[in-house]
Write a protein that binds this ligand. Structure first.
Ligand code: BG6
Length: 485
């Protein structure tokens, strides 16, 4: 099967923070891969903008190294890299002053898409937005891309939204949650709304519970100072896990357009019940044989920030009343795996004598690594001896089914940046969605602060604190085993 690459319109993409970590690790190598795929028109340009005193050549050298280090593409050729670097320019800019803005304004062209990626601290968003406007660098058609963290609570998110709204309309603002750019995350919508099979069963009549797991094996080492102010709740649950939950739980939009999809997601967030504190388990990893503890990583021996969280969440609407959603995410766990499991209800009555096992259909959607789905079904164990039943997976690893296209699929950032150029906001968060997510998150974090909650410790390489197991055991349920697929 051959991937279809649809070229986008010609663009000038300015990356504020163009020398930073995200730009070097993700954005530019990603753009290079889109260039190799033939998706970038010849006249498109990428303009790095940052404080460093570099010129175009200096910037090109920096990005050539980034592409080499962070894997631009397996099959890259030096002439391709050279051709791509020819698209790069650089402007030294002072986000809080006047330096560089006139040069940037002169560099921009009128007849192409203008996009501005704010890969900088949120405290600079206001300064950038204001100067883009006052120096007439960005007009009515310009698009801005902003990264998480989008606020650290409802008030700060509102303040950021207000700041951006002073200079840009909502249809110009692209708030990135890179989970929405993942291939299988979009597949969630294709599976739900493109098949007749699942939708009739996708409700409280047939579903017992749903699990969403995003487990990582990495520590917070190196990002300690950011992470310790966030914790798993702000870093992962408020955004990535929330988005997965929305895609699983939302009603079918009437069409696949940005606002129709985002309206439905918003309804889910608004229907989330406040979570009782005893339905949440927070954890912090201990030191391992050769690895530092969380507190050592963040250099605060008294830190109470969680590197793991498991919680039981209820959605108060007709479709999901009484169906718990169990979420868990954490660092330094046993396996790197992101998986959603839709666990269907028991049959209720078995016609097979002697069969006392609990058979359940489970639809597992593996987001990463090895994207795919499997559906656990009950069959007769082959061979003589009567009707003995066993559960087996109907396995569909997408790479097997679809071939190498899955491997070649653009990564989340590549896809999302191309969507910005196309002007498609479907996979970006709207301001009201982000605010609703914080409105749900704030009381939970406030509750911990109020009672001085201390996270439970867990061993690195485990599945998290024992209490996380208990969270489901108490309900007569069990997490799916955490293992790399
Ligand atoms: C980021 C978080 O948004 O997502 C990180 O800040 C986390 O802490 C990362 O490691 C996970 O992303 P992925 O794509 O590797 O699952």
């Amino acid at each position: 099967m051959v991937s279809r690459v649809i070229p986008v319109d010609s663009f000038d993409l300015v990356i504020f923070g163009g020398t930073g970590d995200l730009a070097r690790r993700k954005i530019l190598p990603g753009l290079f891969r889109r260039f190799l795929a033939g998706q970038m028109p010849d006249t498109s340009r990428i303009i790095g903008a940052a404080r460093s005193d570099l010129d175009d050549d200096g910037y090109r050298t920096m990005i050539a190294e980034a592409i080499e280090e962070f894997g631009g593409a397996e099959k890259e050729k030096s002439e391709d890299v050279k051709a791509f670097l020819g698209r790069l320019h650089y402007v030294a800019i002072d986000a809080k002053g006047d330096g560089g803005w006139k040069e940037l304004a002169d560099l921009m062209r009128d007849d192409v898409v203008r996009a501005f990626y704010f890969s900088v601290a949120p405290s600079l968003f206001g300064d950038l937005a204001e100067r883009l406007h006052s120096y007439k660098v960005a007009g009515q058609d310009a698009r801005i891309v902003v990264e998480k963290p989008f606020g650290r609570d409802l008030d700060s998110a509102k303040a950021l939204n207000d700041t951006l709204a002073q200079h840009f309309n909502e249809d110009q603002i692209y708030r990135i949650d890179h989970y929405l750019g993942k291939e299988t995350v979009q597949n969630l919508m294709a599976v739900r709304f493109g098949n007749v099979l699942f939708e009739p069963l996708w409700n409280s009549h047939y579903v017992d519970h749903i699990e969403i797991t995003v487990a990582e094996t990495v520590s917070v080492g190196g990002r300690g100072s950011y992470y310790d102010k966030s914790g798993a709740m702000r870093d992962m649950v408020q955004n990535h896990l929330m988005q997965l939950l929305c895609l699983i739980a939302m009603e079918a939009p009437n069409e696949f357009t940005a606002d129709a999809v985002r309206d439905e997601k918003l309804k889910v967030i608004r229907a989330l019940q406040p979570v009782e504190l005893h339905h949440i388990v927070r954890g912090q990893y201990e030191a391992g044989k050769d690895t530092p503890s969380y507190r050592q990583d963040v250099e605060d021996p008294r830190s109470r920030t969680e590197s793991f969280i498991a919680m039981k969440v209820d959605i108060a609407n007709w479709r999901w009343a009484g169906v718990p959603f169990y979420l868990r995410t954490g660092k330094m766990l046993k396996a790197r795996t992101s998986e959603i499991a839709v666990v269907f209800k028991d049959l209720g009555h078995s016609i097979f004598p002697g069969d006392h096992a609990r058979h359940r259909n489970i639809l597992k959607i593996q987001l990463q690594p090895n994207e795919g789905m499997d559906l656990q079904v009950t069959i007769k164990e082959p061979g003589p001896g009567g009707m003995r039943l066993i559960d087996v997976p109907l396995d569909m690893t997408f790479a097997d089914a679809i071939g190498e296209d899955v491997e070649d699929a653009p990564d989340a950032y590549e896809r999302l940046i191309m969507d910005v150029i196309r002007g498609n906001q479907t996979l970006f968060m709207r301001g009201d969605e982000v605010e609703a997510a914080w409105a749900w998150t704030d009381p939970i974090i406030g509750g911990w602060e109020q009672r001085g909650d201390v996270p439970k410790t867990y061993e690195p390489g485990s599945a998290g604190p024992e209490d996380a197991m208990m969270l489901m055991h108490r309900d007569g349920r069990k997490w799916l085993e955490l293992r790399a697929k």
